[in-house]
Design a protein around this ligand. Structure first.
Ligand code: DX5
Ligand code: ZN
Length: 224
C-alpha cells in the first residue's frame, strides 16, 4: 500500500554549528521538522542541552520542533518540552517507567507523542502501545553521537513494525535516525519508514536545502 504523504525529512541539529544555531536553522527551512537531540550523559554517554536551549530554538526556528529525548526519567522531563510548544516529543521506551501514561500526557498537552527504541530493543512490545503514540522512532545507530554508520540489521524489525501498523490501519509515523544518507535512505523507506532524521548528510552538505530535496526524492521513489 503506498503512502499518500510525502516522506518527511527532519535534519538533526546535532550536526549544526552550536554557536551559529540561528543561521543553521535558516539553512534547513525547507525541511519538515527540526530534529532536536537532548542528551543527559546518563541515558547516553554524551551531553547536549536542555529545556532552556530548546526553548530558544523553539522561538527561533522557522519550522516545528521534533524533540528526541535521550535522557533518563522522561516521565519527569518530557512534558516540559511539550509545554514549550514542541510539535513532537519522543522519549525512549528503555528509559520510561509508564510509557502509555507519558504518551497520553504529551498528547493532552498538544504534542505528537513519540516513542523510540535502540537498535537492540525489540519492536514487539510497541505493538501494545501503538494506538497511544503518534510516531515511533527506530534507531538505526546506537544513540549518542552523530556521524555513525547506518545499521542495516535494524531493517527487519522496522519491517515487522510497518506490517503491524498497516495491518491495523494505524496512522502512526515511522521514523528512522542515524546514518541516514543518500546511500541508505532508500532501504529505510523500503522497510516502511516515512520520516527520516539526517544530521551529517544535511549539515555536512555544501547546500543543506539541496541535500534535503534529494533525500526526500530518494525516499519517495522507494516508499511503499
Ligand atoms: C544520534 C542522534 C541522531 C544524530 C544523527 O544519537 O539521535 O539524531 O544526530 O546524526 P547522523 O545523521 O549524522 O547519523
Ligand atoms: Zn535523534
Amino acid at each position: 500500500m503506498p503512502h499518500t504523504a510525502a516522506p518527511r525529512i527532519n535534519p538533526s541539529i546535532l550536526a549544526a554549528d552550536f554557536v551559529n544555531m540561528q543561521r543553521d536553522l535558516e539553512r534547513i527551512r525547507t525541511a519538515d521538522f527540526v530534529h532536536v537531540d537532548v542528551m543527559d550523559n546518563h541515558f547516553v554517554p554524551n551531553l547536549t542541552f536542555g529545556p532552556q536551549m530548546v526553548e530558544r530554538i523553539q522561538q527561533t526556528s522557522p519550522i516545528p520542533l521534533d524533540v528526541h529525548l535521550m535522557i533518563d526519567d522522561p516521565d519527569r522531563w518530557a512534558p516540559g518540552y511539550a509545554e514549550q510548544g514542541a510539535a513532537s516529543v519522543t522519549f525512549h521506551l528503555e528509559a520510561a517507567n509508564e510509557p502509555v501514561s507519558l504518551a497520553r500526557r504529551l498528547r493532552a498537552i498538544g504534542a505528537r507523542a513519540g516513542v523510540a527504541v535502540k537498535p537492540m530493543t525489540p519492536v514487539e512490545p510497541l505493538f501494545e502501545i501503538l494506538d497511544d503514540v503518534d510516531q515511533i522512532l527506530v534507531m538505526t545507530v546506537e544513540p549518542g553521537f552523530g556521524g555513525q554508520s547506518f545499521m542495516p540489521e535494524t531493517m527487519p524489525k522496522l519491517r515487522r513494525l510497518t506490517d503491524e501498523a498497516r495491518r491495523r490501519g494505524s496512522a502512526v509515523w515511522l521514523q528512522v535516525d542515524g546514518g541516514i544518507s543518500a546511500s541508505t535512505i532508500a532501504q529505510a523507506a523500503e522497510a516502511g519508514a516515512d520520516t527520516f532524521v539526517a544530521g551529517s548528510a544535511v549539515f555536512g552538505a555544501q547546500d543543506p536545502a539541496t541535500a534535503i530535496a534529494s533525500l526526500r526524492q530518494l525516499a519517495a521513489t522507494r516508499t511503499h
